[in-house]
Design a protein around this ligand. Structure first.
Ligand code: SF4
Length: 134
Protein backbone atom coordinates (compact mmCIF):
# COMPACT_ATOMS: atom_id res chain seq x y z
CA UNK A 1 0.00 0.00 0.00
CA UNK A 2 1.40 3.39 -1.01
CA UNK A 3 2.28 5.84 1.78
CA UNK A 4 -0.11 8.47 0.35
CA UNK A 5 -2.95 5.99 0.32
CA UNK A 6 -2.21 5.01 3.90
CA UNK A 7 -2.22 8.71 4.85
CA UNK A 8 -5.58 9.22 3.08
CA UNK A 9 -7.04 6.34 5.06
CA UNK A 10 -5.47 7.53 8.33
CA UNK A 11 -6.78 11.07 7.86
CA UNK A 12 -10.26 9.85 6.87
CA UNK A 13 -10.14 12.09 3.81
CA UNK A 14 -13.74 12.42 2.74
CA UNK A 15 -14.23 10.89 -0.68
CA UNK A 16 -16.32 13.09 -2.91
CA UNK A 17 -18.29 12.60 -6.10
CA UNK A 18 -15.03 12.11 -8.00
CA UNK A 19 -14.91 8.58 -6.56
CA UNK A 20 -18.02 7.79 -8.62
CA UNK A 21 -16.10 8.63 -11.79
CA UNK A 22 -13.02 6.51 -11.21
CA UNK A 23 -12.51 2.78 -11.11
CA UNK A 24 -10.05 3.30 -8.23
CA UNK A 25 -12.32 4.78 -5.54
CA UNK A 26 -10.49 6.24 -2.52
CA UNK A 27 -13.26 5.70 0.00
CA UNK A 28 -14.97 2.35 0.46
CA UNK A 29 -16.26 0.49 3.51
CA UNK A 30 -12.85 -1.21 3.64
CA UNK A 31 -10.93 2.07 3.77
CA UNK A 32 -13.21 3.40 6.52
CA UNK A 33 -12.67 0.26 8.61
CA UNK A 34 -8.93 0.44 7.96
CA UNK A 35 -8.85 4.07 9.07
CA UNK A 36 -10.72 3.23 12.27
CA UNK A 37 -8.37 0.32 13.04
CA UNK A 38 -5.27 2.43 12.36
CA UNK A 39 -6.39 5.32 14.56
CA UNK A 40 -7.65 3.05 17.34
CA UNK A 41 -4.35 1.15 17.38
CA UNK A 42 -2.34 4.36 17.68
CA UNK A 43 -4.53 5.67 20.51
CA UNK A 44 -4.39 2.36 22.38
CA UNK A 45 -0.60 2.10 22.04
CA UNK A 46 -0.17 5.73 23.18
CA UNK A 47 -2.48 5.07 26.13
CA UNK A 48 -0.45 2.07 27.25
CA UNK A 49 2.80 4.01 26.83
CA UNK A 50 1.40 6.83 28.97
CA UNK A 51 0.32 4.34 31.62
CA UNK A 52 3.71 2.65 31.52
CA UNK A 53 5.83 5.81 31.84
CA UNK A 54 3.63 8.24 33.78
CA UNK A 55 1.35 7.82 36.73
CA UNK A 56 -1.80 8.93 34.92
CA UNK A 57 -4.19 6.02 35.44
CA UNK A 58 -6.89 8.36 36.72
CA UNK A 59 -7.08 9.94 33.25
CA UNK A 60 -8.09 6.72 31.46
CA UNK A 61 -11.27 8.46 30.31
CA UNK A 62 -9.20 10.77 28.05
CA UNK A 63 -8.55 7.72 25.85
CA UNK A 64 -12.28 7.04 25.68
CA UNK A 65 -12.89 10.61 24.50
CA UNK A 66 -10.05 10.27 21.99
CA UNK A 67 -11.58 7.04 20.66
CA UNK A 68 -14.91 8.79 20.25
CA UNK A 69 -13.74 12.12 18.80
CA UNK A 70 -10.79 10.88 16.75
CA UNK A 71 -12.07 7.47 15.62
CA UNK A 72 -15.78 6.76 15.94
CA UNK A 73 -17.14 10.21 15.03
CA UNK A 74 -14.96 10.87 11.95
CA UNK A 75 -15.50 7.28 10.76
CA UNK A 76 -19.26 7.71 11.13
CA UNK A 77 -19.15 11.03 9.22
CA UNK A 78 -17.18 9.43 6.42
CA UNK A 79 -19.60 6.50 6.36
CA UNK A 80 -22.54 8.91 6.03
CA UNK A 81 -20.86 10.71 3.11
CA UNK A 82 -19.98 7.39 1.45
CA UNK A 83 -23.49 6.05 1.96
CA UNK A 84 -25.08 9.15 0.36
CA UNK A 85 -22.69 8.97 -2.60
CA UNK A 86 -23.41 5.27 -3.14
CA UNK A 87 -27.16 5.94 -3.04
CA UNK A 88 -26.69 8.38 -5.97
CA UNK A 89 -24.32 5.98 -7.70
CA UNK A 90 -26.78 3.10 -7.40
CA UNK A 91 -29.55 5.18 -8.91
CA UNK A 92 -27.51 6.56 -11.78
CA UNK A 93 -25.76 3.42 -13.05
CA UNK A 94 -26.86 0.12 -14.54
CA UNK A 95 -24.56 -1.66 -12.10
CA UNK A 96 -26.56 -0.20 -9.23
CA UNK A 97 -29.50 -2.41 -10.14
CA UNK A 98 -27.38 -5.49 -10.86
CA UNK A 99 -27.20 -8.56 -8.64
CA UNK A 100 -23.41 -8.66 -9.02
CA UNK A 101 -22.82 -5.16 -7.72
CA UNK A 102 -21.22 -4.79 -4.28
CA UNK A 103 -21.91 -1.23 -3.16
CA UNK A 104 -19.62 -1.38 -0.10
CA UNK A 105 -16.58 -1.58 -2.35
CA UNK A 106 -18.02 -0.14 -5.59
CA UNK A 107 -17.19 -3.49 -7.13
CA UNK A 108 -18.52 -5.90 -9.71
CA UNK A 109 -18.28 -9.25 -7.89
CA UNK A 110 -18.62 -11.20 -11.11
CA UNK A 111 -15.62 -9.60 -12.83
CA UNK A 112 -13.82 -8.55 -9.64
CA UNK A 113 -13.40 -5.00 -10.93
CA UNK A 114 -14.30 -1.60 -9.56
CA UNK A 115 -17.00 0.11 -11.55
CA UNK A 116 -17.67 3.81 -12.14
CA UNK A 117 -20.31 5.92 -13.82
CA UNK A 118 -18.21 5.90 -17.01
CA UNK A 119 -16.79 2.39 -16.67
CA UNK A 120 -19.14 -0.60 -16.94
CA UNK A 121 -16.77 -3.59 -17.20
CA UNK A 122 -19.27 -6.01 -18.77
CA UNK A 123 -20.80 -3.32 -21.00
CA UNK A 124 -24.20 -4.50 -19.81
CA UNK A 125 -23.84 -8.06 -21.12
CA UNK A 126 -23.82 -9.70 -17.67
CA UNK A 127 -26.38 -7.43 -16.06
CA UNK A 128 -28.67 -9.48 -13.83
CA UNK A 129 -31.52 -7.71 -12.07
CA UNK A 130 -31.68 -7.84 -8.32
CA UNK A 131 -34.70 -9.76 -7.16
CA UNK A 132 -37.62 -7.86 -5.70
CA UNK A 133 -36.62 -9.21 -2.25
CA UNK A 134 -33.16 -7.55 -2.43
S1 SF4 B 1 -22.18 -7.76 -14.20
FE1 SF4 B 1 -22.05 -5.89 -15.45
S2 SF4 B 1 -23.84 -4.67 -14.82
FE2 SF4 B 1 -23.48 -6.22 -13.23
S3 SF4 B 1 -22.19 -5.23 -11.71
FE3 SF4 B 1 -20.84 -6.31 -13.14
S4 SF4 B 1 -20.29 -4.77 -14.66
FE4 SF4 B 1 -22.10 -4.01 -13.58
Amino acid sequence: MKANRLLDIFLFRIGGEEDSHTNQPQVTVGSIVWGAILRSSIIIVLTFLMFAYFDVYQYWWVSMFALWFLVAFPAWRQWETFHARMANFTESTLCGSCLHFESGSQLCKLLDEHVSIEHLPCEGLNWTPKSIDN
